[in-house]
Design a protein around this ligand. Sequence first.
Ligand code: FAD
Length: 322
Amino acid sequence: MIYINSREGFILACDMLPELAVHDHFTTETEPLKITEILEKKERTLSFEVFPPKTYDKFDTVRDATEAVAALKPDYMSVTFGAGGSGARYTLPIAANIEQKFGVPVIHHLTCVGSTTENIDEKLMFMRMVGVCNVLALRGDIPDGDDPSSWAFKHADSLCAYIKSRGDFCVGGACYPEKHPDAPTLEDDISNLKKKVDAGCDFLTTQLFLDNAVFYRFVEKVRAAGIRIPVTAGIMPITSVKQFDRIAVLSGSKIPEKLLSIAARYSDDPEGMRAAGIGFAIEQIAGLYASGVKNIHLYTMNSAAVAREIVAAFPGVLGGEN
Ligand code: FAD
């Protein structure tokens, strides 16, 4: 198993992005915007997730794709972190590039996989040096054959508490409207979620869900458990039958009848499936906004074209005060 070499990621960032500004701490000019400030300030937000390349040879292609997404000027963007794999070193360069080149605030995902206090400190230091102050603290999926008892942080709550103790970081966490697969029940999962919030987590982002009723019920339970921080709704447009099959098998998400019929109807028509899948996501988001949900996080899969169609359906959400 290759563990993340953050120094290498930082050197890559400087090497591949020659215009990157690097400081030894947050400066007044580079004082980055915290996600919590954005969530508090705006009436409705729309933010995007992107992923970094897995290998060096894909860096330019993926950077260009994430730049096209950033050019849509979402409220903020999150950049995933490939736990343990070589891809993890590209999160920082991709995140720093988005923030510095487009002025879009970013969240750098970080996992407990293979963690030591030293390697987490080092990552936080490099984030600070390029002006990234938002971190999504995750446990990560446990790699086959790995033993979390050797990690410094075993769950997201302890990683979250540690990051909060290391500086003025805004820390987010993940949550699961249909429960995390390891948790025996949703109630157990929410009681563990409370530990993450008590550890200082500032906001939550949900796993994708396809039925808004599932999200509303989840938020009710979360609030009843005494969790008051913002819960951002994670939406993934399903644009191909392959993606539909993967989600249906892997995520355990409840699939609404309407999406089942879309997948059946367009099984041999990729263009039709794409249009109907985007339409489904737009309806989902419209329903959420109409019900008073303020914050939507779109899993873009690095597709600016898909994100653009969704932005166009909600004029006024981005690019101005609302
Ligand atoms: P935890 O919050 O630690 O929860 C994991 C399980 O442990 C749950 O069943 C929970 O109930 C239980 N638990 C939590 N705390 C405790 C405790 N103190 N004691 C006992 N049990 C506890 N993965 C990546 O590798 N890279 C990414 O960039 C990434 N981004 C993601 C973004 C979002 C928005 C989401 C929803 C998931 C993301 N993931 C990512 C996947 C995530 O890492 C996995 O789902 C992982 O299995 C759980 O991570 P977590 O942070 O939710 O873990």
